[in-house]
Write a protein that binds this ligand. Structure first.
Ligand code: CO
Length: 159
């Protein structure tokens, strides 16, 4: 496994739509492994492929404190959602920036695993937020575009 560079705010790749994965090969497995390592190393709860420069519909999420509960998503799609939550949201590509973002409180996602098998992932609260955030990335949408507003420096200091 290897750490990959995380692209930052302003990189045009973050605004591009990703292509579906068609080959569930070793290259995909290495990408998934590297993305999980990169996310954990940066203490993030999610990372999408465009953030490491790959325009592919691939994301990893791990909301556990122990960093041992990785969810791998290939070609994910939200198939149901309900409720609403409003809260602070950040992104590894926007270090030090936080916004208030409204998200569904529950989402159900259909995706494929690293071998191409269909999986269903359901999430509430933080997991629902992370699923929405990462799937947005695959469509070229970053949290700043959907935020109600960004937090001020003072608000961030109090977090
Ligand atoms: Co992000």
């Amino acid at each position: 496994m290897a750490l990959r560079n995380i692209v930052n705010d302003g990189d045009p790749i973050l605004k591009k739509k990703c292509r579906p994965v068609e080959k569930f090969d070793r290259k995909l497995h290495i990408l998934l492994d590297d993305m999980a390592e990169t996310m954990h190393h940066a203490n993030g709860v999610g990372l999408a492929a465009p953030q490491v420069g790959m325009l592919r519909r691939v994301a990893v999420i791990d909301i556990s404190k122990e960093q041992n509960d990785i969810i791998e998503l290939v070609n994910p799609k939200i198939i149901a959602f309900s409720g609403e939550q409003e809260g602070n949201e950040g992104c590894l590509s926007f270090p030090g920036q936080w916004g208030i973002v409204k998200r569904p409180d529950y989402v159900k996602v259909k995706a494929q695993d690293r071998f191409g098998e269909e999986i269903i992932v359901e999430g509430k609260e933080l997991l629902a937020r992370a699923l929405c955030h990462e799937i947005d990335h695959l469509n070229g949408v970053v949290f700043k575009q959907v935020a109600e507003r960004m937090l001020t420096r003072k608000e961030i200091e109090k977090m």
